[in-house]
Design a protein around this ligand. Sequence first.
Ligand SMILES: C[S@@+](CC[C@H](N)C(=O)[O-])C[C@H]1O[C@@H](n2cnc3c(N)ncnc32)[C@H](O)[C@@H]1O
Length: 613
Amino acid sequence: MGGGRKRGRTQRRHFKQGRENVWKHNPQRPPAGEGGEAREDNPSWQPFATENPAFEEYYKEQQIVSEEEWDSFMSMLRKPLPATFRINASCQFFQDICSQLENDFRKSLETEVTDDHEEDAIRPLPWYPGNLAWHLNFSRMQLRRNQALESFHEFLKRENEVGNITRQEAVSMVPPLFLNVQPDHHILDMCAAPGSKTFQLLEMIHQSTKPGLLPNALVVANDVDVQRCNLLIHQTKRMCTANLIVTNHEAQNFPGCNLAKFCSKMCMDEAKVQRLEFDRVLCDVPCSGDGTVRKAPDMWRKWNAGMGNGLHHLQVEIAMRGMSLLKVGGRMVYSTCSMNPVENEGVVAEILRRCGDSVELLDVSNELPELARRPGLSTWKVRDRGSWFGVHEDVPRYRKHVISASMFPSGKGSKDSGTGSSSVEVNTDVADADMKDSTDMGEGEQETTVTIDDSNNGDNLKTEEGTKVDCESGEVTTSSSYKKLNSTSIRTEHSDYPLHRCMRIVPHDQNSGAFFIAVLHKLSPLNENQVVDGVRIDQNISKDKTEKLEKDLVSHKASSEENTVHQQVIDNANVLDGEQNRDRDNKSSEDKSSEDSKVNVNEAAKPRQVERG
Ligand SMILES: C[S@@+](CC[C@H](N)C(=O)[O-])C[C@H]1O[C@@H](n2cnc3c(N)ncnc32)[C@H](O)[C@@H]1O
């Protein structure tokens, strides 16, 4: 307990220091001595600059909302985000908490309503099942400062601390709901920290289990950042569950795990080792986070188009690893708190391209009907160093290693694609982004920390030929092959995939943050080419590469046969999926045919053309 208190204080100190840094950069900082603390109730003064012309230009061009609603969209983005929380339906005092909210607070807080559009001080979110999620007509700041709200604030803090409620941004509660979790599921949360969605998943598996009994389900919550894993553990220990494993891996290289069901002697027999496959995968990837701007207003200052471009490949690789770890018949939800199509529809389209007929994008329009959402985009553009590109072919050759074909709607690369379309690295050339989620934070937790190295995305950028390009005007001041394309006259393309099935949540539809969600269903095992090191199936793999793949597959098989490990969960880092499955009794899988997963090495090494259209 003492340690927890200490950590809380340290986090608060870091949070304050973070604020101070924001103040330093904020030209609208109130003059000293004018009592100038951030005051949301003073309309004439904003604690942060809530403008960024590049941001506005970008999203206007991407047409994420219509021209008519642009002003409502922008003005909602500039408003502080109302606080929301979720009740833990698996907790002992669940009924008492519900009745306290309905019968006491809902009435006693009525007089505190300040928003003309809202009648209730607190109300359940209509789309969340069982009235378990609540919306407050107060921001977190108001909650802290308003005397009349003090007892309510104390209630929230107390119940949050013991795990009876969780303070979490409304839109962040959406992805787990689309997983349709059952109490016997194996669930992988690939990028889990700080753990709000993990907690939600734990609530779901415990909710339908009788008190005192443990569900058969297992949640594996992973994050690459060890400090954030600490936050994740701190968050999830409130659940007192035995059904959680926290891991610290790169999600894109998440190891294949085998379950040894019986005692160690039996494990000697390879036939008894069972591969751990997941019925559900949550792929809530690191993203530019611009959908959280209402909660993290320093995003206005930090935002640049390169942030999304720089994360696209990592997001694809994480999602592909998730897909390969998913059982046939299972669901994976891909989500971001970004509005950027390069991080959203662009990634989903690339997953569909790589997985071919093995994966479908589900139409979930009949699930959570009260949740206001918009269809995903089928057309978008890519912005790089001040220029817009609608097709990959128009990207200058020397930028093709950064701006790859997979970022575009068709995913089709030009002949001079360079390595771009098969790159699996995070493009630190574009933005060195250390993305932190800010959708879910309780009291005393840290606020968003987004560290973007935008040195390459400043106003004036140097091209590789040493030519200066003005990012916003796009003017080239000396001769260069990097020519500005007028965004209205550029060629654009349309994706053939049913990307309208993706869901976009926009802030002005239901007074929330912005979010992106896609629900994917695995229909059959992935072809090995689809998962091996991100090798693109739509490329002609050279003979050399094919031979190398064959060799790797054979040598992997040999080594995995030599190294039979005897432990309860056997961790085979970075092994190829199908290969690992081979020759094993794979009864746990819902595979429609276990024969499907027995891939012939020579067959597997051949490129398979499954791209549509
Ligand atoms: C959007 S946040 C996740 C929020 C979390 N799902 C929740 O609801 O609380 C993204 C997380 O991805 C983690 N991350 C970044 N790169 C990663 C990688 N390569 N593998 C695994 N996790 C990664 C970050 O540390 C961060 O905690």
